[in-house]
Ligand binder design. Structure first.
Ligand code: FCX
Length: 434
C-alpha cells in the first residue's frame, strides 16, 4: 500500500463517525425546503448533496478543500522548471485535504506511472469507430470498454465487505486516472493528426506526458497542468459530478460511473460550451470575412444569437453570480503569455460587451463569463485548433474531482440516490392550495 492510500484510510476512518452521527442523531434537522419552481426547474439551489472536496460560493466561486484558486496554486509544490503545480500534487490535495510535500507528490507520480499502461483492446475499440465520431463519444466509450478491469466489480462479486468499498473504488480511480492522458491524446492524434500515435514517456508527469503525447512543445505542459486543475471539480450538483455520483451510488463501478459523467459533460449547456465558444467566435469572424469585429459589430452578433433563440456560450451559470475565477485564472495566464493574441483580444472584447447585452436581454440570472469562455483561446494559441476536442480535455480534468468524490462516497457509505417524483396534477393541487 502507498503512503497516499494509508493516509486516505486514516482520513476516512476518522471522518466516518461525523457522517454517522449526523445521520443517526440529527437526520431530521431541516436544511432546505423545495418549491414548485425548483421541482420543474432542475432542482436549482436545492441543498441535497454533500461533498467536502470543493464548495462553490455564488459570489466568490470555487474553493478546493477550503482554498480559492489563487490560494490552491500558491500552496502546491512545484517541480524545478515548472510554472504550474503538478496534477499529481493537486490530486493528493483534493483526495486528502492536505497539501502534499514535493516527495508525497512524487509518490503519486510513481504510482500513476505503474498503472499507466492502456490495454491494447481500448485502441482497437477506438479504431473501430468511424473517424468522424465526436471525440467525447470516443473518450466515454474507451472508459466504458475498460470496465472489465474493474477491481470494484471483481471484488464485489467475491463478497467484499462494505467497509472495503472505498479501497476497491480507490484502486479503480487510480487505474483510470493514470490512463486518461494517453487515451485522450491517442484520440486526438488518431482523429486529427493523420493517425500518428506518440508513445508516452515514463519520465514525465501527468500534464507533461499529455503535452508530449499531443505532440505540442513547452509551455503546453504547464498549460495542461493548469487546465486539468482548473477543470477538476465544481462541487457536487453540476451534471458531470452529479451523474458520476448518481451512477456510482448504485454501486456501479468507477468505469461505469465516470463514463456516464462524461456523457453529461458532453452536453452544450455543460462542458461542450467551450467548443461552442470557439465555434461562435469563428462564425462571427467568417461573417466579417476574417476581420476582427468592432464592439458595435460584436453587439449586433450577440443580439442576433439571442434573437435566434440561442444562448451565448461561455456566459451564465446555474450557481455563480460573478465572473468565474476559473475564467479569471485563464485570463491572467493569457495576459502574461499571449497578451497580443488576436483571439484573446476578441474574447476580452466579448467580456466588455456581452454582460451588458445579456443584462439588457434580461433573462439570465448571471451575465458574467464562466470557465468555458476563456479556455478555448489558450488551446487555440498553442495549436489545438480542433475545438471539438476541448471537452475531452475538460473531461480529463473533471476526472480528478469526480473520482475523488466517489472514493469518499464509498468511504462514508452514502446511500443509493433515489429522490421522489410527483405528478403535475399534484403540483396543481398544491398550487391551488397556495
Ligand atoms: N445566453 C442566453 N440566455 C441565457 C444564458 C446565456 N448565456 N444563460 C442563461 N440564459 C437564459 C436561460 O436559457 C433561461 O432562459 P429561459 O427562461 O428561456 O429558459 C434564463 O436565462 C434563466 O436562466 P438562468 O437561471 O440564468 O440559468 P440556468 O441556471 O437555467 O442555466 C446555464 C445555466 C449555464 C445552463 C446557462 O447560463 C447557459 O445556457 N449558458 C450558456 C452555456 C454555457 O456556457 N454553459 C457552461 C456552463 C459551465 F461553466 C460548465 O458547465 O461548463
Amino acid at each position: 500500500t502507498t503512503a497516499l492510500k494509508a493516509k486516505l484510510f486514516e482520513k476516512i476512518e476518522a471522518f466516518r463517525p461525523r457522517t454517522q452521527k449526523l445521520n443517526k442523531e440529527f437526520g431530521n434537522v431541516v436544511i432546505d425546503s423545495v418549491n414548485i419552481g425548483q421541482a420543474i426547474g432542475g432542482a436549482r439551489d436545492v441543498r441535497c448533496l454533500v461533498t467536502d472536496i470543493s464548495y462553490l460560493d455564488p459570489q466568490e466561486g470555487i474553493r478546493f478543500r477550503g482554498k480559492t484558486i489563487p490560494e490552491t496554486f500558491a500552496a502546491l509544490p512545484r517541480k524545478a522548471g515548472f510554472e504550474q503545480p503538478t496534477v499529481e500534487s493537486f490530486f493528493y490535495f483534493l483526495l486528502t485535504g492536505d497539501v502534499p510535500t514535493a516527495e508525497q507528490a512524487l509518490e503519486v507520480e510513481a504510482d500513476w506511472r505503474s498503472r499507466a499502461e492502456v490495454p491494447a483492446y481500448v485502441f482497437d475499440v477506438l479504431r473501430a469507430m468511424p473517424r468522424d465520431t465526436h471525440p467525447m463519444t470516443m473518450f466515454s466509450t474507451a472508459v466504458l470498454a475498460m470496465q472489465r478491469e474493474s477491481v470494484f466489480a471483481h471484488r464485489y462479486a467475491e463478497g467484499m465487505k462494505k467497509t472495503d468499498y472505498w479501497d476497491a473504488t480507490y484502486e479503480d480511480a487510480m487505474n483510470l486516472l493514470a490512463k486518461l492522458p494517453h487515451i485522450a491524446a491517442y484520440i486526438y492524434r488518431m482523429k486529427y493528426k493523420g493517425d500518428t500515435h506518440i508513445e508516452p514517456d515514463a519520465k514525465l508527469d501527468f500534464g507533461g506526458n499529455f503535452a508530449h503525447m499531443m505532440g505540442i512543445a513547452k509551455p503546453y505542459d504547464d498549460v495542461s497542468r493548469m487546465y486539468f486543475i482548473l477543470h477538476s471539480d465544481h462541487e457536487s450538483g453540476n451534471v458531470s459530478a452529479h451523474t458520476t455520483h448518481l451512477v456510482a451510488s448504485a454501486l456501479s463501478d468507477p468505469y461505469y460511473a465516470f463514463s456516464a459523467g462524461l456523457n453529461g459533460l458532453a452536453g452544450p449547456l455543460h462542458g461542450l460550451a467551450n467548443q461552442e465558444v470557439l465555434g461562435w467566435i469563428q462564425n462571427v469572424m467568417k461573417k466579417l470575412g476574417g476581420k476582427i469585429p468592432t464592439e458595435e459589430e460584436l453587439k449586433a452578433f450577440l443580439w442576433d444569437t439571442l434573437k435566434g433563440g440561442q444562448v451565448i456560450p461561455g456566459y451564465g451559470h446555474a450557481v455563480l453570480r460573478k465572473t468565474d475565477p476559473r475564467y479569471t485564472a485563464q485570463m491572467e495566464y493569457c495576459q502574461k503569455h499571449l497578451p497580443d493574441d488576436p483571439l484573446f483580444k476578441l474574447v476580452n472584447m466579448i467580456y466588455k460587451v456581452a454582460p451588458g447585452v445579456l443584462t439588457e436581454h434580461g433573462k439570465t440570472k448571471n451575465p458574467w463569463p464562466n470557465v468555458d469562455a476563456q479556455s478555448g483561446v489558450i488551446q487555440w494559441y498553442y495549436g489545438v485548433r480542433e475545438w471539438d476536442f476541448y471537452t475531452v480535455e475538460f473531461g480529463v480534468g473533471r476526472a480528478l474531482g469526480v473520482l475523488a468524490n466517489i472514493v469518499w462516497d464509498r468511504g462514508l457509505g452514502y446511500a443509493i440516490e433515489r429522490p421522489k417524483s410527483v405528478t403535475t396534477a399534484m403540483l396543481e393541487q398544491w398550487a391551488a392550495a397556495g
